[in-house]
Write a protein that binds this ligand. Sequence first.
Ligand code: C2E
Ligand code: CA
Ligand code: CA
Ligand code: CA
Length: 275
Amino acid sequence: AKRLGRRRAQPYLPGLAERLAERQHMIDDLYDAVQHGGFALAFQPVIQLSNGATTGYEALIRWNHRVRGWVAPDVFIPIAEECGLIEEIGRWVIMDACRQLAGWSPHLQVAINISAAQLKSEALLQHLTQAIMVHGIAPERIEVEITETALIDDAARTAAMVRRIRKIGIKVALDDFGTGQSSLAHLRDFQFDRIKIDRSFVVRAGTDRQSMAVLRGTVSIGKELGVLTHAEGVETREQLDLLRDIGCDAAQGYLVGRPIVPYHDPIDSGDLPLP
Ligand code: C2E
Ligand code: CA
Ligand code: CA
Ligand code: CA
């Protein structure tokens, strides 16, 4: 693993054929991981800003590849979406998140990321209800996170899907708020339980007047709509204090806690989990 990793870090540009072969390898390995296991969920805490209490955790998938070590979701999720594996991977994420949730204190929630392709499929509702039943979980303890880009095409259909998910009692959050197109239109056309304000606004909040204005404005809109506002990527005490001062409801980020894989198979030890 070490040797391969170092070679890949060399500044050379692989040719098209090489890149295609590499990609096909990854697809083959993804198929293998779906069939035989190889994924793990890391959990990152979410706090309520008014009192600092932990209200739940966001589940973030990691792939433990036998050669590459831990692979980040930004690398393999887009590939899984393209080759049609996302539905099966997403199903595992939902099931495993609920399995672990069942062992937590009953006041805690779990947030599950849903990709655009999953949102378009009827199977999503099946997977959610199945996981709820198998693990005997109150639907209100689950929140699915949808990014703005997942809402773009076929808005009528996705809006219907969001309604059906909420009808089961499952919460829906708008992820990466402010980074997509027509962010405000989404707040108008869809009903969410939570707005997750993208990290980019939080990072610049202390120094940048525009980011600060967007933050304040979003918190104010959230209050008006009765939707929780949640700041992502909080890394400093100053950011945390500022967010609390402007009335933001919840926060998440390295300052509060890094994502952690709660169970780490000793056989796979050697590589540290991703942050
Ligand atoms: P996201 O949903 O926006 O998740 C937040 C990302 O920011 C996570 O990266 C998290 O580790 C990272 N992060 C958290 N706090 C901080 C901070 O204070 N500073 C910085 N710089 N980063 C922070 P991660 O785990 O690599 O996930 C990347 C993306 O992959 C996620 O972005 C999400 O879109 C996607 N993803 C993760 N798990 C799943 C999954 O189970 N299913 C699907 N479809 N997508 C997933
Ligand atoms: Ca998320
Ligand atoms: Ca996010
Ligand atoms: Ca993101």
